[in-house]
Design a binder for this molecule. Sequence first.
Ligand SMILES: [Fe+2]
Ligand SMILES: [Fe+2]
Length: 388
Amino acid sequence: MSEPAGFLNAFAHALTVMTLYPDGHPSRERAVDAAYEALESLAAASDKPSFTFLEQEVVYGRQPLRDLKEWEWGRRLVAAGVERLEFERRVSHDEFVGFLHEILARLTLSAIDTGENRQMSSLGVRFGAVGLEGETGAETAPLAVATLDLTLGEEADTLRWLQHQVRAQGTVPLLEAEAVVRSLSVAMHGDRRIMLPLLQLKEFDEYTTTHSLNVSVLAMGLAESLGYHAREVRAFGVAGLLHDIGKIRIPIEVLTKPGKLTDEERAVMNRHPADGARIILQSDEDLDLAAIVAYEHHVMLNGGGYPALHYSRSCAMASRLVHVCDVYDALRTKRPYRDAWPSEKAVAYLEERAGLEFDPDLVAAFVRMLRQGEAQIRVLGDDMPAGG
Ligand SMILES: [Fe+2]
Ligand SMILES: [Fe+2]
């Protein structure tokens, strides 16, 4: 077998073994080591090895790999949005393990989709300087005017209960989280039309509740406008709902402090992505995507933000998407230390930082969604439209 095919087989074997055995298990370590060795010898033989996975074929550099025709893993990787792998430089063993974890998370995520066709697979993988350019195209479905009158009182109550559960038990009740998302989705599609029911903040300590519902709604609206399948849209909704769940570990005084945070308070604040991911991972294995999003939602496109990633890579599509929705909702909400920004100003901020902080394709899609949906965005509990 050729060296590239040897590496891919060892790589696929490592992924399989990783799903079967826990961290630290000798079989797992052996499989990972074998894959790493295969990569090392491949990297020694060729400069910057790269693979492209097509439905029926695997291409190494520009050469189709004959021994891997109809390779089952190629299809699996494509389904998980991994269409290309490029190793721009030699990677360390630790980096390689991190990379395997990321691929595994993406494979797990793609399993949420139960065989229905994904209209888009754009979870780009970047490893080191490695890159896959995902397409973020897909036409935005036109939004019709909706005149639904509803309150999200029940959803807010359920979410408050859920946050209380997390505080008390340390884990997220998945069924209730999904129920909230389903019900938000129903609210968005009332009368078979799409609208974005956004809540307006009543009190500061409700910030996480209203904000989480809003981010969930915006993330679903954006994912839907990008052509994602309903099941994935709901997975994005759950991820949006839970993105700030780590904030339950932050003292309320810090969370609602008017004025600038001290360095120490800032450090406490910046722990919420990692805390959130940990809470979510401990809760349910079906929540991998939400855990990834919780972890990455403050990471900027240019690598800034927090937490610092161990190696440079692009964040998951869902994280980049939630990041845009998160900042938009945060800006258009009144905070203890500033007034709510009008929608236009928040949009200008997103556009200004597209390409630096935000994925430019997602900003464009988000703005398109808002423009088309302007009449549909309703701030609940208030007559003022969110655009105002
Ligand atoms: Fe956050
Ligand atoms: Fe947030």
